[in-house]
Design a protein around this ligand. Structure first.
Ligand SMILES: NC(=O)c1ccc[n+]([C@@H]2O[C@H](COP(=O)([O-])OP(=O)(O)OC[C@H]3O[C@@H](n4cnc5c(N)ncnc54)[C@H](OP(=O)(O)O)[C@@H]3O)[C@@H](O)[C@H]2O)c1
Length: 232
């Protein structure tokens, strides 16, 4: 897609990876709506802050109404509660699903009509290596990211009918607030945003941003034992 000529909306654009997306899109010449739960938290010049809570249908509808010309939608907003599926608060487990799965789904449904107006439109869903791999401390998050991966694959096919491309981005840990408590190698979110925008420009359907994403997707072919050796 032509990033320079695009009108992009990024969810969760006030910090982390989303802020890098908004900044780099602006620098590449796109018109940018920087969507955030609190638009006053958007500190970038040259973008249009817009209120959008992906778990609130009214908020999503209002954002779709005040834009109308979006050609590139980046579903980036995310939460990591760390809730255990067995013993964690159900409210946290629901928050993960409401944000990553229903949030992404509802935003895409609301913006699909305006994406259809353009001959060159795209959706980028920010997924994770944890869409394919789970652990006790990430169970709720991984289930939601898995569900988001599945909806991405379905909507890629459905939205093709209106000429909208859907791209999935998978990445391991990044150096943002979300992974602050994680002691593991982390990618630079600016580099991940650059890689994803290059992939979007090239029209790619799936983007694996780091080595761990390549390793884990390869491991899927080996069944449970390949990714969870204790259960081989
Ligand atoms: N960091 C990692 O290691 C990692 C790895 C793989 C994938 N990811 C994915 O990358 C994406 C960006 O994460 P990040 O690392 O940049 O996290 P982050 O620094 O914690 O930022 C999360 C962003 O999402 C926003 N957000 C949360 N709930 C929202 C809602 N209901 N409506 C609208 N915005 C909401 C936050 O807004 P507030 O400021 O209002 O809270 C914030 O802007 C997420 O989809 C995440 O799952 C992250």
């Amino acid at each position: 897609m032509d990033i320079e000529g695009s009108v992009a909306l990024v969810t969760g654009a006030n910090r982390g990876l989303g802020r890098h997306f908004a900044e780099q899109l602006r620098d590449r010449g796109a018109t940018v709506y920087a969507a955030a739960r609190n638009p006053e938290a958007v500190d970038l010049a040259g973008v249009t802050p817009i209120a959008l809570d992906v778990t609130d249908l009214d908020s999503i509808a209002r954002a779709a109404e005040v834009t109308g010309d979006v050609t590139l939608l980046i579903n980036n907003a995310g939460t990591l509660t760390g809730a255990s599926l067995l013993s964690g608060p159900l409210a946290d487990i629901r928050t993960e699903m409401e944000t990553h799965y229903f949030g992404t789904l509802n935003v895409i449904r609301a913006f699909a009509p305006q994406l259809a107006l353009s001959g060159d439109s795209a959706v980028l869903n920010v997924l994770s290596v944890l869409s394919w791999l789970s652990s006790p401390s990430m169970g709720a998050y991984s289930a939601a990211k898995s569900a988001e991966w599945s909806l991405t694959n379905a909507l890629r096919q459905e939205l093709a009918a209106q000429g909208t491309r859907v791209t999935s981005l998978h990445v391991g840990y990044m150096n943002t607030d979300m992974a602050r408590g994680v002691d593991a190698p982390k990618s630079d979110p600016a580099a991940v945003a650059r890689f994803a925008l290059d992939g979007l420009a090239a029209g790619r359907a799936e983007l694996l941003a780091d080595e761990i994403s390549h390793q884990v997707i390869a491991g899927l072919a080996g069944g449970v034992g390949a990714l969870y050796p204790a259960f081989a």
